[in-house]
Write a protein that binds this ligand. Structure first.
Ligand code: 13P
Length: 250
């Protein structure tokens, strides 16, 4: 049985003050949630103060990115040691905004994945096709390649999470239907089984991301290979994020 995981990716939203306010209220609201993992990925500057508030709660923290080196002359970057020290258990890597706006390649993302794992961080590796890829029937080729290249050389016993985020569904209000998402999730799981064996294939959690809202979470979570959600916009409000986290309870 894979434990569901709901993660909020705040992207470049919320000041430290706003993050603290959110954390204080949120912690109370979801205090009774134990049958699923809850993760928030705030901006770097909010990690430490949020950890202070959430350390004795059931909410875990994630970074949205990191560099692969431990230290050095890399102006503007954050190392895995810093991420870990800030209280993070997870780190999102290869988000489509990192790939498309900041030019991250599969090779760079792979270095980050390996570095995260060697620092006891659980990478949430994001993969996803553009609308053009989908229209050209290249979805499976693209996500399969991103997955295999991103995880290349990773220790077989390492813990990791995969997030399928079709680029055309991010921030657009256009969600993949549960059936479309499930088709890709099934493909990704088969690919993980091919590379890492059945045990890993059965146990790795594959999240869906792209316009997840309280209104569509139930349908997505009903799918066999959808084990959770990576939520952008709807994770910024306590109300909507709480509803998503508590799917299946209403
Ligand atoms: P939205 O939920 O705002 O579409 O963002 C999805 C996402 O990119 C999460 O990482």
């Amino acid at each position: 049985m894979r434990k569901p995981l709901i993660a909020g990716n705040w992207k470049m939203h919320k000041t430290v003050k706003e993050s603290i306010e959110f954390a204080l209220e949120f912690k109370e609201r979801i205090g009774d949630v134990n049958d699923r993992d809850v993760v928030i990925a705030p901006p770097f500057v909010s990690l430490f103060p949020m950890f202070d508030i959430l350390k004795d709660s059931n909410v875990k923290l994630s970074a949205q990115n990191m560099y692969f080196e431990e230290q050095g002359a890399f102006t503007g970057e954050i190392s895995p040691i810093m991420v870990e020290e800030s209280g993070c258990k997870f780190v999102i890597l290869g988000h489509s905004e990192r790939r498309h706006i900041f030019g991250e390649t599969d090779e760079i993302i792979n270095k980050k994945v390996l570095s995260a794992v060697s620092h006891r961080l659980i990478p949430i590796l994001c993969v996803g096709e553009t609308l053009e890829d989908r229209e050209n029937r290249r979805t499976f080729d693209i996500v399969g390649e991103q997955l295999a290249r991103g995880l290349y050389g990773i220790n077989f016993s390492a813990d990791f999470v995969v997030a399928y985020e079709p680029v055309w569904a991010i921030g657009t209000g256009r969600t993949a239907t549960p059936e479309i998402a499930e088709e890709v999730h099934g493909y990704l799981r088969n690919k993980i089984t091919e590379i890492f064996g059945k045990d890993k294939g059965d146990n790795v959690r594959i999240l869906y991301g792209g316009s997840v809202k309280p209104e569509n979470v139930e349908g997505l979570m009903a799918m066999e290979n959808i084990d959770g959600a990576l939520v952008g916009g709807a994770s910024l409000k306590v109300d909507s994020f709480e509803k998503i986290i508590k799917f299946g309870r209403q």
